[in-house]
Design a protein around this ligand. Structure first.
Ligand SMILES: *[C@@H]1O[C@H](CO)[C@@H](O)[C@H](O)[C@H]1NC(C)=O
Length: 512
């Protein structure tokens, strides 16, 4: 009997789960009167976009409805500080709600101070309905400066198309002056409207540059583009002319017979043919840099490609998750190029080189993130990375990236580990004028990154209104990371270009 009963309840549960899976916010289709969840995300200063806190860290109150369990977040969301909490508001599909009070805040001195602080710093909050983001501003300062007001009414206009939600607008109404020891009621209303927006286009509203007032500087992009093409043309023309002249001279010399020619009468770049392919001074670091650079380039281009053709913006945090996935999956690129180069340079301690190559970027990223995380925890910001997420990222590094880099390194050493330079390297280095660093090709190209980082300072002080330790650390920390990654990438491309060029010019000349 008991078995029967439990079997029955089990099948009921199963049915319930099934029906739940058929029509909920994961499938994005609803039946009439079905529950629609309003998730509260974060709240924070308008000018510091990365400084966000849990919505209920401000003394807002939740609606009467019971919480429905915690939202299961993805890796990307956890890293970006998404912190969804149930609003407690009762919203059902296609059911209009007139202005209804859902809770009341007893404005004690402490809560008063918290709200005044939030209004003063232009706090705004973010919510989600059916994965559509909604933004609202917390309050307003009176023009005369004699009071702080809180918006207490949330008017939600939701557009539906058959069984799907395609549009949401929030209007904040009913300003209430903040006075200590009073009660502030919070209300909401919901209006459902039929809409013609197709479901697949529902995110287009947010892509419209007018929506966020983001301007795309087409003119300056075009300008820079033209400048680059012009400069490349100019430089390559000059190089071509010089090279052609040199080739003509070298081939004339070859026609003279050995007796007539003075020994050691080489000049120009041909003179250094015995040294030009000599390995870099610190070849382990150099090959790790090049490997990482190739890796970053591949990841950057693949993610841009995926972002153009897939619709990553429709799901929270999916861009970051994708980037991490692509980074881990393309780790063999790092091993192959870095390991191959290291072998060509005659390096012997390849395991050390591989580990350095695999962990160079992850360590930089984790180091910066760790430092910023400290500040985030101190601020109780939602950007603080949870412990579980840290463990997950470490596991990805150790158990996915490292083995894949190993595979790449082994392949690289075996397939492209043989030096096949067009000319031999002299056993005894010639006394060429000493250069401080042999990495010139790499550093010249990666200096772009230094420019970008310097520009980020200008941008911070003159174009944005960010303030506070957390936002400043966040901005400069991650900007530094971005610049470093850009530097690796540009440096590698610069190195690849120069090395192809040098190889080409030495292949075409006869060396005796
Ligand atoms: C939301 O606002 C936009 C612009 O004002 C309007 O075109 C759209 O119809 C509104 N949607 C709903 C559901 O009210």
């Amino acid at each position: 009997m008991t078995t029967n009963k439990s079997l029955f309840s089990l099948s009921l549960l199963f049915l319930k789960l099934l029906s739940h899976a058929r029509a909920d916010e994961h499938s994005h289709t609803y039946v009439d009167k079905e529950e629609v969840v309003l998730w509260m995300n974060t709240v924070g200063p308008y000018h510091n976009r990365q400084e966000t806190y849990e919505y209920f860290s401000l003394p807002f109150c939740a609606g009467p409805k019971e919480a429905i369990g915690h939202y299961h977040e993805t890796l990307g969301e956890a890293l970006q500080g998404v912190e969804l909490q149930f609003s407690g508001l009762d919203i059902d599909y296609k059911v209009n709600v007139p202005q209804t009070k859902y809770c009341e805040v007893d404005l004690t001195k402490q809560k008063y101070d918290a709200f005044v602080y939030a209004v003063k710093n232009h706090y705004w909050y973010q919510m989600y309905i059916d994965d559509l983001p909604i933004w609202g501003i917390a309050g307003e300062i009176d023009e005369n400066g004699d009071g702080y007001y809180l918006w207490t009414h949330k008017k939600l206009d939701i557009g539906y198309n058959v069984d799907q939600i395609v549009d949401v607008n929030l209007t904040s109404e009913a300003k209430v002056k903040l006075i200590p020891n009073t009660k502030i009621p919070f209300t909401y209303s919901v209006n459902w409207k039929k809409s013609n927006i197709p479901y697949k286009d529902r995110f287009d509203k947010y892509l419209d540059p007018n929506f966020f007032q983001h301007r795309i500087h087409w003119f300056s992009i075009f300008n820079s583009f033209m400048m680059v093409i012009f400069l490349v043309g100019l430089v390559s023309m000059i190089l071509m002319r010089t090279l052609r002249k040199d080739y003509a001279r070298y081939s004339k010399d070859d026609e003279l017979d050995d007796m007539e020619r003075d020994l050691g009468d080489e000049y120009g770049w041909k003179q250094v043919h015995g040294d030009v392919f000599r390995p870099a001074y610190n070849c382990m670091l150099f090959s790790a840099l090049i490997g990482t650079g190739y890796h970053i380039s591949v990841v950057a281009f693949s993610v841009i490609f995926i972002a153009i053709f897939g619709e990553l913006y429709t799901e929270r945090g999916s861009l970051l998750s994708t980037a991490i996935f692509v980074y881990a999956a393309t780790a063999p690129v790092n091993g192959y190029s870095g390991g191959g180069l290291y072998a060509r340079m005659g390096g012997r301690v390849w395991i050390k080189q591989m580990v350095l190559s695999a962990f160079l970027l992850p360590c930089l990223v984790c180091g910066t993130a760790f430092f910023i995380n400290f500040i985030a925890i101190y601020y109780h910001a939602s950007r603080a990375i949870p412990f579980g997420t840290m463990v997950a990222v470490t596991c990805i590094c150790l158990f996915v990236i490292l083995p894949l880099t190993l595979v790449g390194t082994v392949l690289g050493r075996n397939l492209s580990g043989q030096p096949n330079y067009p000319c031999r390297v002299n056993a005894v280095p010639r006394p060429i004028p000493e250069k401080k660093c042999w990495f010139t090709s790499f550093l010249a190209a990666s200096s772009t990154a230094a420019y970008v980082y310097m520009y980020s300072f200008y941008y911070f002080f003159f174009k944005t209104k960010m303030y506070g330790l957390f936002q400043t650390a966040f901005y400069f920390g991650y900007m530094a990371l971005f610049s470093i990654a850009l530097g690796f990438m540009c440096g590698t491309l610069g190195y690849a270009g120069t090395s192809a060029f040098v190889r080409k010019i030495y292949t075409n000349v006869k060396i005796d």
